[in-house]
Design a protein around this ligand. Structure first.
Ligand SMILES: Nc1nc2c(ncn2[C@@H]2O[C@H](COP(=O)(O)OP(=O)(O)OP(=O)(O)O)[C@@H](O)[C@H]2O)c(=O)[nH]1
Ligand SMILES: [Mg+2]
Length: 435
């Protein structure tokens, strides 16, 4: 079997963030904590975090040159192998910093792309991540060339160096074009699959949420699926669809997909169109929120922004507050006070988001309520109707059995009289038989 976990490397990372004007210290701290989680998820150990107060990033080194110089001894002492910046670096900044610090220099976008690359298993996932990486690289190749030509200038700059760069650029562009063509065919295949599901007329609910919110754990709990659930960012890259039968016998398809993140690089969203169309094409969204996370509000907002970006805004959404077992993990011996506080937190969020539910996908607490809420959300999907259909129309009767839920069936002369819950589309088709 292929080893799916990233190998334990001895990457030791130093994180760097800027306290820019207009950005609060808290925002910076939050962002750096998330950067640390990302670094861990990529397999690196964070040895230190450095911040600098500056009005805005400096053009050559992002941080001040003096500050950059002053890092050198610490890099040596702490055996740092990579320096990771919390923002996107310009190509010149990246190169200057690598030269100055003699270490691998990464920015947030590269780090996220790297994690995706580690996680990609399916052909679709691999194509999409390669496209995102090349799109990140392409403007850098170009700008690198501009930078070099400025530096050396005029005569002598039109030699083999230029040729090589132009060749590289063209190769990258060709590869991008090929990947885009291949992904277009993946999208078409997905569209056909979706059509197939539509034929069954089962509603599709896409499970969305911030990365690590517990989406896969929930899908596994409900459907017994075997999706990898891990305490790692972006554990899931490839969409998985499983069917689930509600207590009223209605079947619903649940799709688990890639998690969202603040500052999710735009190239990624663009490249993952084929995967993310599962979200924009769904009938219902189940937005899983990690209620035990200190930045829960930011995470909700970030997910809503990505939903907007995908054009899925305004879709019927069921908000699920997860991990209620984890609200005060420190309370090993829970006190009455902690329990009351936890309940208050839950109540506050349930009130703020009417129609939402609170669960623990780990312990199963509240899951019945979730299932009920899901059933209620989808109730409009199926209409209770009565039809009188000539017994000779056996294909139609079979279809009602297949996609609907038959409550009563009797025969009157040569007609079948059925009372059934059926999806709206079928109900329309059966219009002339309605009684
Ligand atoms: N305490 C607690 N932990 C949970 C709960 N649900 C999920 N987890 C844990 O949270 C971590 C992330 O869970 P996943 O199901 O992989 O989360 P995900 O949303 O699919 O994450 P990505 O695929 O990485 O976006 C795992 O370690 C789970 O065991 C819960 O209700 N309570
Ligand atoms: Mg997952």
């Amino acid at each position: 079997m292929i080893e799916t976990r990233p190998k334990k490397t001895h990457e030791r990372a130093l994180l760097i963030g800027l306290e820019k004007q207009g950005v609060s210290k808290w925002d910076l701290q939050d962002s750096l904590e998330e950067l640390a989680e990302l670094a861990n998820s990529a397999g690196a150990e964070v040895v230190d975090t450095v911040t600098q107060k500056l009005q805005k990033p400096t053009a050559p080194y992002y941080i001040g040159k003096g500050k950059a110089e002053s890092l050198k001894p610490a890099l040596q002492d702490q055996q740092v192998t990579s320096v990771i910046f919390d923002d996107e670096l310009s190509p010149a900044q990246g190169r200057n910093l690598e030269n100055l610090l003699s270490r691998k220099v990464l920015d947030r976008t590269q780090l996220i792309l790297d994690i995706f690359a580690q996680r990609a298993r399916s052909r679709e996932g691999r194509l999409q991540i390669e496209l995102a990486q090349l799109q990140y690289l392409l403007p850098r190749l170009t700008r690198m060339w501009h930078h070099l030509s400025r530096q050396t200038g005029g005569i002598g700059t039109r030699g083999p160096g230029e040729t090589q760069l132009e060749v590289d650029r063209r190769r990258v562009q060709e590869r991008i074009a090929r990947l885009e063509r291949e992904l277009e065919s993946v999208r078409k295949t997905r569209a056909v699959q979706r059509q197939g599901r539509k034929r069954h007329q089962w509603p599709v609910a896409a499970v969305v949420g911030y990365t690590n919110a517990g989406k896969s754990t929930l899908l596994n709990l409900l459907t017994g699926a075997d999706v990898v659930a891990e305490n790692k960012l972006f554990a899931t890259l490839d969409p998985t669809t499983r069917s689930f039968v509600l207590p009223n016998k209605q079947r619903v398809l649940l799709t688990d997909t890639v998690g969202f993140l603040r500052k999710l690089p735009h190239t990624l969203i663009e490249s993952f169109k084929a995967t993310l169309e599962e979200v924009s094409e769904a009938d219902l969204l189940i937005h899983v929120v990690d209620l035990s996370h200190p930045r829960v509000d930011d995470q909700i907002e970030a997910v809503e922004n990505v939903i907007k970006e995908l054009g899925a805004h305004g879709k019927q959404t069921l908000i699920v507050f997860n991990k209620i077992d984890n609200l005060h993990p420190a309370s090993v011996a829970p006190t009455a006070g902690a329990e009351t506080r936890n309940r208050e937190v839950i109540e506050t969020y349930l009130r703020r988001f009417p129609g939402s539910v609170a669960i623990s996908a780990r312990t199963g607490e509240g899951v019945n309520k979730l299932v009920q809420a899901l059933q209620d959300s989808l109730s409009a999907w199926r209409l209770r109707s009565c039809f009188k259909i000539p017994a000779s129309e056996s294909a139609l009767i079979a279809e009602i059995h297949r996609v609907g839920h038959v409550l009563e069936l009797k025969y009157e002369d040569n007609d079948a009289v059925l009372v059934a819950h059926v999806p709206p589309e079928l109900s329309q088709k059966l219009g002339k038989f309605a009684v």
